[in-house]
Write a protein that binds this ligand. Structure first.
Ligand SMILES: Cc1ncc(C[n+]2csc(CCOP(=O)(O)OP(=O)(O)O)c2C)c(N)n1
Length: 590
């Protein structure tokens, strides 16, 4: 292998910088970006990078599949608000990242993915392990770069971090050919980022903010619809102040849970397909919907023309493309919720003496209607004498964690029950794959979260299907002694698909039975930690306490009632006010 000497462009005339390889430069850039830990899997073209890593203090976590490097980086980013980093080799390594990239794209998670590429001279020749990573990941990323020379490497890496974290966050990929890793040149720190054409509007329009405040006071039935943007934008405190100033009932979406504490008196629940009756009725009947950092996702709105049909809409979002995408707002405000909400609260406070009393009686009526809906149909929390109900499991996790634990989940029924029944009293505690709904997310994202927050109790709640996609990562968990509590809600089915087949396909269960599951105790002990299977309700509390109190990783396999369905449920495409609360009742024949 030949190394090329390339001189990087000095940022300031006359500077020569330190001589180093491209691999060392990349590490230097990561250090300057505050990266203390990243997730990856090496291969032929990234060996020069891993060689530089050999002597470096940055912590690298060797995952067992590249997809999980991406999910772990997302877990790290979600738990901290920092940019998560993952790394893969060219060809299959890079293509294995794609699901994670799309996931991060859908949920606006700031990550930087580094991929190795074949030697520049071989690009386009169908070389061994060559894939068009740049082309493949273009629609899967907020932005992607192909590094062509060593000179541009530092600038590109810093731009990648800036793009990932600024505005609406998202995944950014940097593809680096092997020869760029190997080339040597003078490293000059990059002090400024200059990206003409990339504009982020953070402040919101003053006039629109004023009009929004006026509308809020004029409304008789205001309703706040807070999304993942509140959590991502670190705007929980600002949301709480707004909520308390205007005293509006508030829902947090699946991505926004914890944005307003689940224990806050104004918090109703999650809205949407498996949201509560009160949340969905509130959305349907309100006269003003205040949508904050949210994207009117189809799982929330259901049948769009019926969604919040009596309401005027205020929509605050940092991404102009989201404003008006699914619902045209009466007051669009493009800006960062962290910057806009305090301004909105301030104007609300200024207008309060003039307006508050005018609608006080109507507001009291609205709140009593909301309370009525809440009392009429709370979430189902069934218990059984001889079998563990999935809801019982989630209730116990909630009780023992007290709204303070980090909970990651996989995708399926368990995800919906966890989001309905577990409280999140702070932001960045609930980590799940919302937009893409990628099975296999729960365990690796818990690894990222636990590494980021070693002080926290971390649960990874999985179905028996999703868990089996993640088994290889038990090795990563064991090797770093990550004390994650993996809770498998084992119903013996691909439960969510089974539920749809039961409800909408005449119970023709096709390819959903999971008839073989490993012995949890043996599986965990094969990796050197504890595991246990339970199937009786009276075992549940002690088993969870045992898992929590164990200092290491723990695999708890909880066999639950196999055919329980998640309710309420809005049939796909229907109005969210038309919820189903149980299986269709048999029709009596005279
Ligand atoms: C990678 C991937 N493949 C397929 C699906 C479709 N899917 C959604 S939920 C689900 C069932 C999940 O089963 P399990 O992990 O056992 O969880 P449960 O629903 O039983 O809680 C499937 C197959 C998906 N979301 N992700």
């Amino acid at each position: 292998m030949q190394s090329t000497d390339v001189q990087s462009t000095p940022a300031k005339r006359g500077e020569t910088g330190k001589l180093m390889s491209g691999a060392e430069m990349l590490l230097e850039c990561l250090v300057r970006e505050g990266v203390d830990c990243f997730f990856g899997y090496p291969g032929g073209v990234t060996i020069p990078f891993y060689d530089a890593l050999y002597d470096h203090h940055i912590r690298h976590i060797l995952v067992r599949h590249e997809e999980n490097a991406c999910f772990a980086a997302e877990g790290y980013a979600k738990a901290t608000g920092k940019v998560g980093v993952c790394c893969a080799t060219s060809g299959p390594g890079a293509t294995n990242l794609v699901t994670g990239l799309v996931d991060a794209m859908m949920d606006s998670i700031p990550i930087v993915a580094i991929t190795g590429q074949v030697h520049s001279k071989l690009i386009g020749s169908d070389a061994f392990q060559e894939a068009d990573t740049f082309g493949i990941t273009r629609p899967a990323t907020k932005h992607n770069f192909m590094v062509k020379t060593l000179a541009e490497l530092p600038k590109i890496v810093h731009e990648a971090f800036y793009l990932a974290a600024s505005g609406r966050p998202g995944p950014v990929l940097v593809d680096i050919p092997k020869d760029v890793f190997q080339a040597r040149g003078h490293y000059i720190p990059v002090d400024t980022i200059h990206l003409p054409g990339y504009k982020v509007f953070t402040e919101g329009h003053t006039g629109q903010i004023r009009r929004a405040a006026q509308l809020i006071w004029e409304a008789e039935r205001p309703f706040i619809y807070a999304g993942g943007g509140i959590v991502l934008g670190n705007a929980s405190a600002e949301l709480t102040e707004l909520v308390e100033t205007c005293d509006a009932p508030t829902v947090c979406t699946l991505m926004g849970l914890g944005g307003l504490s689940s224990s806050h008196p104004n918090f109703i629940s999650m809205p949407g397909m498996h949201g509560s009756y009160a949340a969905n009725m509130g959305m349907t009947e309100c006269d003003l919907l205040i949508a904050l950092g949210t994207r009117f996702d189809d799982r929330v709105t259901g049948h769009l023309p019926s969604f919040a049909r009596h309401a005027r809409v205020i929509h605050v979002d940092i991404d102009p493309a989201e404003v008006g995408k699914n619902r045209t707002p009466d007051i669009p405000i493009v800006g960062d919720v962290k910057r806009v909400l305090p301004k909105l609260t301030k104007v609300l406070q200024e207008l309060e003496p003039e307006f508050k009393e005018k609608k006080a009686a109507a507001r009291r009526k609205w709140w009593s209607q909301i309370r009525e809906w809440k009392a009429e149909r709370p979430y189902d929390r069934p218990r059984a004498d001889n079998e563990i109900k999935p809801q019982h499991l989630m209730d116990e996790i909630d009780r023992l964690s007290g709204g303070q634990a980090i909970v990651t989940s996989d995708v399926g029924q368990h995800q919906m029950w966890a989001s309905q029944l577990i409280r999140f009293n702070e932001p960045r505690l609930w980590i799940n794959s919302g937009g893409l709904g990628a099975m296999g997310f729960g365990v690796p994202s818990a690894m990222g979260a636990q590494l980021a927050r070693p002080d926290k109790l971390v649960f990874a709640i999985c179905g028996d299907g999703g868990f089996q996609m993640s088994i290889p990562e038990l090795a990563t968990i064991a090797s770093h002694a990550l004390p994650i509590k993996i809770i498998v809600m084992n119903n013996g089915y691909l439960g969510m698909v089974r539920q749809w087949q039961t409800l909408f396909y005449n119970n023709r269960l096709s390819a959903v039975e999971l008839d073989c599951f490993p012995d949890a105790e043996k599986l965990a002990s094969a990796y050197g930690f504890k595991g246990r299977t339970i199937d009786k309700p009276w075992q549940l509390t002690d088993a969870l306490k045992e898992a929590i109190n164990d200092p290491g990783p723990y695999l708890l396999n909880v066999k639950v009632s196999p055919t329980e369905n998640v309710y309420p449920m809005v049939p796909a495409g229907g109005p969210i006010s038309e919820m189903v609360f149980g299986p269709p009742q048999p029709v009596a024949v005279a």
